[in-house]
Design a protein around this ligand. Sequence first.
Ligand SMILES: [Mg+2]
Length: 310
Amino acid sequence: MTLQLGCSILFFGVRRQQLKTVLQVSKGLENKRKAPRVTPVGFFICMTDRLKNIRHFALDLDGTLYLGGRLFEATRPFLATLRERGIGRTFFTNNSSRSTKQYVEHLTHLGIEAAADDIFSSTHCTLAYLREERPEIRRVFVLGTPALQQEFAESGFPIDEANPDAVVVGFDTTLVYDRLCQAAWWIAKGKPFIATHPDRVCPTDKPTVLPDCGAICKLLTHATGREPDAVLGKPDPRMLRGILQKHQLKPSDLAVVGDRLYTDMAMARSAGAMGILVLSGETTREQADAAHPKPDLIVADVGELGRLLA
Ligand SMILES: [Mg+2]
Protein backbone atom coordinates (compact mmCIF):
# COMPACT_ATOMS: atom_id res chain seq x y z
CA MET A 1 0.00 0.00 0.00
CA THR A 2 1.30 3.42 -0.84
CA LEU A 3 2.42 5.52 2.08
CA GLN A 4 0.95 8.96 2.14
CA LEU A 5 3.77 11.46 1.58
CA GLY A 6 4.06 14.50 3.78
CA CYS A 7 2.57 12.68 6.74
CA SER A 8 4.74 12.19 9.81
CA ILE A 9 5.40 8.53 10.50
CA LEU A 10 6.34 8.52 14.15
CA PHE A 11 6.66 4.91 15.16
CA PHE A 12 7.93 5.78 18.64
CA GLY A 13 4.95 8.01 19.33
CA VAL A 14 2.39 5.24 18.67
CA ARG A 15 0.48 3.82 21.57
CA ARG A 16 0.83 0.12 22.21
CA GLN A 17 -2.91 -0.51 21.63
CA GLN A 18 -2.89 1.42 18.35
CA LEU A 19 0.13 -0.51 17.10
CA LYS A 20 -1.49 -3.79 18.14
CA THR A 21 -4.64 -2.83 16.19
CA VAL A 22 -2.57 -1.82 13.16
CA LEU A 23 -0.70 -5.11 13.21
CA GLN A 24 -3.93 -7.07 13.66
CA VAL A 25 -5.52 -5.27 10.71
CA SER A 26 -2.37 -5.80 8.63
CA LYS A 27 -2.29 -9.48 9.54
CA GLY A 28 -5.95 -9.82 8.57
CA LEU A 29 -5.29 -8.11 5.27
CA GLU A 30 -2.32 -10.33 4.48
CA ASN A 31 -4.25 -13.48 5.22
CA LYS A 32 -6.82 -12.51 2.59
CA ARG A 33 -4.25 -11.70 -0.07
CA LYS A 34 -2.61 -14.23 -2.31
CA ALA A 35 0.49 -12.19 -3.17
CA PRO A 36 2.65 -10.75 -0.37
CA ARG A 37 2.11 -7.01 0.03
CA VAL A 38 3.78 -4.29 2.04
CA THR A 39 2.37 -4.08 5.56
CA PRO A 40 0.50 -0.76 5.71
CA VAL A 41 1.69 0.17 9.21
CA GLY A 42 2.96 3.60 8.15
CA PHE A 43 -0.32 4.38 6.39
CA PHE A 44 -2.37 3.54 9.46
CA ILE A 45 -0.06 5.52 11.73
CA CYS A 46 -0.47 8.55 9.45
CA MET A 47 -4.20 8.09 9.68
CA THR A 48 -4.22 7.72 13.46
CA ASP A 49 -2.24 10.98 13.59
CA ARG A 50 -4.96 12.58 11.46
CA LEU A 51 -7.64 11.05 13.67
CA LYS A 52 -6.21 12.86 16.70
CA ASN A 53 -7.19 16.19 15.12
CA ILE A 54 -10.79 15.21 14.42
CA ARG A 55 -13.25 17.24 16.52
CA HIS A 56 -16.48 15.90 15.10
CA PHE A 57 -17.73 12.69 13.51
CA ALA A 58 -20.56 12.57 10.98
CA LEU A 59 -21.93 9.09 11.54
CA ASP A 60 -23.96 7.27 8.92
CA LEU A 61 -26.67 5.12 10.47
CA ASP A 62 -27.71 2.04 8.46
CA GLY A 63 -24.76 -0.28 7.87
CA THR A 64 -22.57 1.77 10.20
CA LEU A 65 -24.25 1.92 13.63
CA TYR A 66 -26.97 -0.65 12.95
CA LEU A 67 -28.52 -2.75 10.23
CA GLY A 68 -32.28 -2.46 9.94
CA GLY A 69 -33.50 -3.02 13.50
CA ARG A 70 -30.27 -4.59 14.83
CA LEU A 71 -27.81 -2.38 16.71
CA PHE A 72 -24.18 -3.47 16.23
CA GLU A 73 -22.53 -4.62 19.44
CA ALA A 74 -19.67 -2.15 18.99
CA THR A 75 -21.87 0.94 18.58
CA ARG A 76 -22.54 1.91 22.18
CA PRO A 77 -18.91 1.45 23.36
CA PHE A 78 -17.78 3.52 20.35
CA LEU A 79 -20.20 6.34 21.17
CA ALA A 80 -19.05 6.20 24.81
CA THR A 81 -15.43 6.63 23.63
CA LEU A 82 -16.41 9.74 21.66
CA ARG A 83 -18.19 11.14 24.72
CA GLU A 84 -15.23 10.44 27.04
CA ARG A 85 -12.84 12.14 24.64
CA GLY A 86 -15.09 15.18 24.16
CA ILE A 87 -15.51 14.55 20.42
CA GLY A 88 -18.79 15.69 18.85
CA ARG A 89 -21.00 13.56 16.63
CA THR A 90 -23.91 14.02 14.27
CA PHE A 91 -26.06 11.16 13.05
CA PHE A 92 -26.62 11.69 9.38
CA THR A 93 -28.73 9.83 6.90
CA ASN A 94 -30.20 10.06 3.42
CA ASN A 95 -33.43 8.37 4.48
CA SER A 96 -36.10 11.09 4.31
CA SER A 97 -39.02 8.80 5.19
CA ARG A 98 -38.68 9.57 8.91
CA SER A 99 -38.95 12.96 10.60
CA THR A 100 -36.29 14.24 13.00
CA LYS A 101 -38.57 13.34 15.91
CA GLN A 102 -38.99 9.80 14.58
CA TYR A 103 -35.22 9.43 14.22
CA VAL A 104 -34.74 10.46 17.84
CA GLU A 105 -37.36 7.88 18.86
CA HIS A 106 -35.81 5.19 16.63
CA LEU A 107 -32.28 5.77 17.98
CA THR A 108 -33.52 5.91 21.56
CA HIS A 109 -35.40 2.66 21.00
CA LEU A 110 -32.18 1.04 19.75
CA GLY A 111 -30.36 2.25 22.87
CA ILE A 112 -28.55 5.26 21.37
CA GLU A 113 -28.83 8.55 23.24
CA ALA A 114 -29.90 11.24 20.77
CA ALA A 115 -31.59 14.65 20.62
CA ALA A 116 -33.16 16.44 17.64
CA ASP A 117 -30.03 18.56 17.32
CA ASP A 118 -27.89 15.44 16.77
CA ILE A 119 -29.73 14.46 13.57
CA PHE A 120 -28.92 15.73 10.08
CA SER A 121 -30.87 14.10 7.27
CA SER A 122 -31.35 14.70 3.56
CA THR A 123 -34.55 16.52 4.60
CA HIS A 124 -32.48 19.15 6.47
CA CYS A 125 -30.16 19.40 3.48
CA THR A 126 -33.13 19.95 1.13
CA LEU A 127 -34.67 22.57 3.41
CA ALA A 128 -31.33 24.44 3.59
CA TYR A 129 -31.03 24.27 -0.20
CA LEU A 130 -34.50 25.78 -0.67
CA ARG A 131 -33.84 28.55 1.86
CA GLU A 132 -30.39 29.47 0.59
CA GLU A 133 -30.59 28.86 -3.15
CA ARG A 134 -34.25 28.83 -4.21
CA PRO A 135 -35.95 31.76 -2.46
CA GLU A 136 -38.70 31.75 -5.10
CA ILE A 137 -39.94 28.37 -3.80
CA ARG A 138 -42.28 28.53 -0.84
CA ARG A 139 -45.27 26.26 -1.35
CA VAL A 140 -44.48 22.65 -2.17
CA PHE A 141 -46.00 19.40 -3.32
CA VAL A 142 -44.21 16.72 -1.29
CA LEU A 143 -44.25 13.19 -2.68
CA GLY A 144 -43.21 11.68 0.62
CA THR A 145 -44.41 10.23 3.89
CA PRO A 146 -46.78 12.23 6.11
CA ALA A 147 -43.74 12.74 8.40
CA LEU A 148 -41.80 14.38 5.55
CA GLN A 149 -44.77 16.54 4.57
CA GLN A 150 -45.17 17.67 8.17
CA GLU A 151 -41.46 18.50 8.48
CA PHE A 152 -41.68 20.76 5.41
CA ALA A 153 -44.85 22.45 6.64
CA GLU A 154 -43.33 23.06 10.10
CA SER A 155 -40.14 24.42 8.53
CA GLY A 156 -41.89 27.23 6.65
CA PHE A 157 -42.75 25.45 3.38
CA PRO A 158 -46.53 24.97 3.38
CA ILE A 159 -47.98 22.04 1.48
CA ASP A 160 -49.91 23.21 -1.58
CA GLU A 161 -51.16 20.49 -3.88
CA ALA A 162 -53.42 22.82 -5.91
CA ASN A 163 -50.67 25.15 -7.17
CA PRO A 164 -47.22 24.34 -5.77
CA ASP A 165 -44.01 26.25 -6.55
CA ALA A 166 -42.07 22.97 -6.70
CA VAL A 167 -42.32 19.20 -6.35
CA VAL A 168 -40.14 17.61 -3.66
CA VAL A 169 -39.67 13.84 -3.88
CA GLY A 170 -38.51 11.84 -0.87
CA PHE A 171 -38.33 8.17 0.15
CA ASP A 172 -42.09 7.69 0.10
CA THR A 173 -42.86 4.46 1.93
CA THR A 174 -46.56 5.40 1.71
CA LEU A 175 -46.51 5.85 -2.08
CA VAL A 176 -49.87 5.54 -3.86
CA TYR A 177 -50.54 5.76 -7.60
CA ASP A 178 -52.82 8.79 -7.47
CA ARG A 179 -50.18 10.97 -5.77
CA LEU A 180 -47.53 9.71 -8.17
CA CYS A 181 -49.76 10.93 -11.02
CA GLN A 182 -50.19 14.36 -9.38
CA ALA A 183 -46.41 14.73 -8.90
CA ALA A 184 -45.82 13.73 -12.55
CA TRP A 185 -48.43 16.30 -13.64
CA TRP A 186 -46.70 19.21 -11.87
CA ILE A 187 -43.28 18.09 -13.10
CA ALA A 188 -44.60 17.82 -16.67
CA LYS A 189 -45.98 21.37 -16.22
CA GLY A 190 -42.40 22.58 -15.60
CA LYS A 191 -42.40 23.01 -11.81
CA PRO A 192 -38.95 22.59 -10.21
CA PHE A 193 -38.32 18.87 -9.55
CA ILE A 194 -36.25 18.34 -6.41
CA ALA A 195 -35.11 15.02 -4.92
CA THR A 196 -34.11 14.74 -1.27
CA HIS A 197 -31.45 12.10 -2.11
CA PRO A 198 -30.30 9.79 -4.93
CA ASP A 199 -30.44 6.30 -3.32
CA ARG A 200 -31.96 3.65 -5.57
CA VAL A 201 -32.76 1.28 -2.71
CA CYS A 202 -32.84 1.46 1.07
CA PRO A 203 -30.74 -1.14 2.96
CA THR A 204 -32.74 -3.78 4.79
CA ASP A 205 -32.10 -7.02 6.69
CA LYS A 206 -35.47 -8.39 5.47
CA PRO A 207 -35.96 -10.61 2.37
CA THR A 208 -37.23 -7.75 0.19
CA VAL A 209 -36.10 -4.79 -1.93
CA LEU A 210 -37.05 -1.27 -0.84
CA PRO A 211 -37.18 1.08 -3.86
CA ASP A 212 -35.94 4.44 -2.59
CA CYS A 213 -36.14 8.08 -3.69
CA GLY A 214 -33.79 7.56 -6.67
CA ALA A 215 -35.99 4.78 -8.05
CA ILE A 216 -39.17 6.86 -7.60
CA CYS A 217 -37.51 9.80 -9.37
CA LYS A 218 -36.45 7.50 -12.22
CA LEU A 219 -40.10 6.55 -12.71
CA LEU A 220 -41.10 10.25 -12.79
CA THR A 221 -38.26 10.99 -15.23
CA HIS A 222 -39.39 8.18 -17.51
CA ALA A 223 -42.98 9.46 -17.38
CA THR A 224 -42.22 13.16 -17.87
CA GLY A 225 -38.90 13.27 -19.75
CA ARG A 226 -37.40 15.48 -17.02
CA GLU A 227 -34.45 14.75 -14.73
CA PRO A 228 -34.55 16.26 -11.20
CA ASP A 229 -33.30 19.85 -11.11
CA ALA A 230 -31.49 19.14 -7.83
CA VAL A 231 -30.62 15.96 -5.93
CA LEU A 232 -29.69 16.67 -2.32
CA GLY A 233 -28.45 14.30 0.42
CA LYS A 234 -25.23 12.28 0.20
CA PRO A 235 -22.96 12.55 -1.81
CA ASP A 236 -23.87 16.22 -2.39
CA PRO A 237 -21.30 18.25 -0.39
CA ARG A 238 -24.14 20.49 0.84
CA MET A 239 -24.96 17.65 3.23
CA LEU A 240 -21.66 18.18 5.08
CA ARG A 241 -21.76 21.95 4.69
CA GLY A 242 -24.80 21.95 6.97
CA ILE A 243 -22.90 20.07 9.69
CA LEU A 244 -19.78 22.26 9.29
CA GLN A 245 -21.83 25.45 9.60
CA LYS A 246 -23.90 24.22 12.50
CA HIS A 247 -20.84 23.27 14.58
CA GLN A 248 -18.46 25.93 13.23
CA LEU A 249 -15.97 23.36 11.96
CA LYS A 250 -13.30 23.34 9.28
CA PRO A 251 -13.42 20.35 6.88
CA SER A 252 -10.20 19.03 8.46
CA ASP A 253 -11.97 18.91 11.86
CA LEU A 254 -14.56 16.50 10.51
CA ALA A 255 -14.53 12.77 9.72
CA VAL A 256 -17.32 10.98 7.89
CA VAL A 257 -17.89 7.39 8.98
CA GLY A 258 -19.99 5.33 6.61
CA ASP A 259 -20.38 2.05 4.75
CA ARG A 260 -20.83 3.27 1.16
CA LEU A 261 -18.00 4.30 -1.14
CA TYR A 262 -20.16 6.22 -3.66
CA THR A 263 -22.08 8.29 -1.11
CA ASP A 264 -20.33 8.53 2.29
CA MET A 265 -16.73 8.40 1.04
CA ALA A 266 -17.37 10.41 -2.13
CA MET A 267 -18.98 13.16 -0.08
CA ALA A 268 -16.15 13.23 2.49
CA ARG A 269 -13.61 13.60 -0.29
CA SER A 270 -15.51 16.34 -2.15
CA ALA A 271 -15.94 18.32 1.08
CA GLY A 272 -12.30 17.90 2.19
CA ALA A 273 -13.22 15.88 5.30
CA MET A 274 -11.62 12.61 6.42
CA GLY A 275 -13.43 9.55 5.02
CA ILE A 276 -13.54 6.42 7.20
CA LEU A 277 -15.09 3.35 5.59
CA VAL A 278 -16.58 0.64 7.80
CA LEU A 279 -16.97 -2.87 6.42
CA SER A 280 -20.04 -3.61 8.55
CA GLY A 281 -22.51 -2.62 5.81
CA GLU A 282 -22.66 -2.59 2.05
CA THR A 283 -18.98 -2.51 0.99
CA THR A 284 -16.87 -5.68 1.01
CA ARG A 285 -13.14 -5.83 1.73
CA GLU A 286 -12.50 -6.65 -1.95
CA GLN A 287 -14.48 -3.59 -3.12
CA ALA A 288 -12.70 -1.39 -0.57
CA ASP A 289 -9.28 -2.62 -1.70
CA ALA A 290 -10.19 -1.99 -5.35
CA ALA A 291 -11.63 1.50 -4.74
CA HIS A 292 -10.16 4.52 -6.57
CA PRO A 293 -9.71 6.82 -4.84
CA LYS A 294 -9.33 4.91 -1.58
CA PRO A 295 -11.02 6.02 1.62
CA ASP A 296 -8.62 7.67 4.07
CA LEU A 297 -9.07 4.81 6.51
CA ILE A 298 -10.77 1.40 6.31
CA VAL A 299 -11.86 -0.36 9.50
CA ALA A 300 -13.90 -3.49 10.14
CA ASP A 301 -16.50 -1.59 12.16
CA VAL A 302 -16.91 1.30 14.60
CA GLY A 303 -15.41 -0.94 17.31
CA GLU A 304 -12.11 -0.93 15.41
CA LEU A 305 -12.35 2.84 15.05
CA GLY A 306 -13.08 3.25 18.76
CA ARG A 307 -9.91 1.30 19.61
CA LEU A 308 -7.85 3.61 17.39
CA LEU A 309 -9.29 6.62 19.23
CA ALA A 310 -8.91 5.21 22.77
MG1 LIG B 1 -25.18 3.38 5.27
